[in-house]
Write a protein that binds this ligand. Structure first.
Ligand code: FE2
Ligand code: FE2
Length: 274
């Protein structure tokens, strides 16, 4: 079982930040803003899925997961709070969050399903966040140093996503979740994630008046499909989930631990899941 530490980030999110906070790059700011807009609703869903999942286990198994699940919930609850503050600034800048509205409707439609379904959805999204996190930690210059507190926020979140990437997956397996449904939800989540991320990014760029500018598309092409591009670099890791024998720890690196060790002055530990 993973040992998950809950941290309080020592950054000030009360101060506003520039519209194109990510190095003055409209696309890179709009894309990360879009992701952030999905986090509070998504992470609450993950928390609920994991909380209900552990309750459905036999008592002895519950004990095995108790500490890790407490750490997972603590980490995701902290992410929700921090991204809620970040998103508050986006709202004041006039951006409309339609990803959240669509996600809430889908979550509503899942009510009443067996706990394995929301857990399979959570495990799939956690795979997405883990590979995105690994990418950000491998290429930290993706996030500009212009606003250091925002860079810290993104890389701290990435480091913790990497730490807790197995929790929902292990719970799904412990509850007897099968490969067939794990894959069904993975493909659905992949489709939703790509469509939602694209729609929200386009909407953010439209709001900025940057959608039809050549430099926006040039940045998008390089950010997604360049030599260090998000899609180019994460395709293989995405596909690894399809294996019968997949486990999130197979993609382990020490980047998360290294970042947390090197930036220990930027947070305090407020709790330990185990
Ligand atoms: Fe998170
Ligand atoms: Fe997560």
């Amino acid at each position: 079982m993973a040992e998950l530490v809950v941290r309080r980030l020592l950054i000030d999110l009360t101060e506003p930040f520039p519209r194109h906070w990510n190095g003055g790059d409209a696309f890179k700011s709009a894309f990360l803003n879009a992701l952030s807009m999905s986090f509070p609703v998504g992470e609450q869903f993950f928390i609920d899925a994991v909380r209900e999942g552990v309750k459905a286990l036999p008592a002895a198994e519950q004990e095995r997961f108790k500490a890790e699940v407490a750490g997972f919930i603590g980490q995701e609850a902290t992410h929700r709070r921090i991204h809620g503050l970040f998103n508050g600034h986006l709202q004041r800048q006039g951006y409309a969050n339609t990803w959240e509205t669509r996600a809430k409707k889908r979550i509503e439609r899942m009510r009443g399903l067996n706990v394995r379904h929301p857990l399979a959805v959570t495990a799939a999204y956690e795979h997405f966040t883990a590979i995105l996190a690994e990418h950000l930690l491998a290429y930290p210059h993706t996030i500009s140093d212009d606003v250091p507190r925002l860079k810290t926020m993104w890389l701290w979140h990435a480091a913790e996503e990497s730490e807790h990437k197995s929790t929902a997956f292990d719970l799904y397996q412990a509850l007897g979740g099968n490969h067939k449904w794990r894959m069904r939800w993975f493909y659905i989540v992949t489709l939703y994630f790509m469509v939602d991320a694209t729609r929200q990014t386009v909407r953010n760029l439209w709001h900025d008046g940057e959608l039809f500018k050549w430099r926006t598309w040039k940045s998008a092409a390089s950010f997604l499909f360049g030599a260090e591009g998000l899609v180019s670099r994460t395709c293989k890791a995405w596909g690894a989930y399809k294996s019968d024998n997949f486990h999130p720890t197979q993609q382990e690196t020490d980047r998360s631990a290294t970042w947390l060790r090197d930036h220990a002055a930027q947070f305090t530990v407020v709790g330990q899941g185990r």
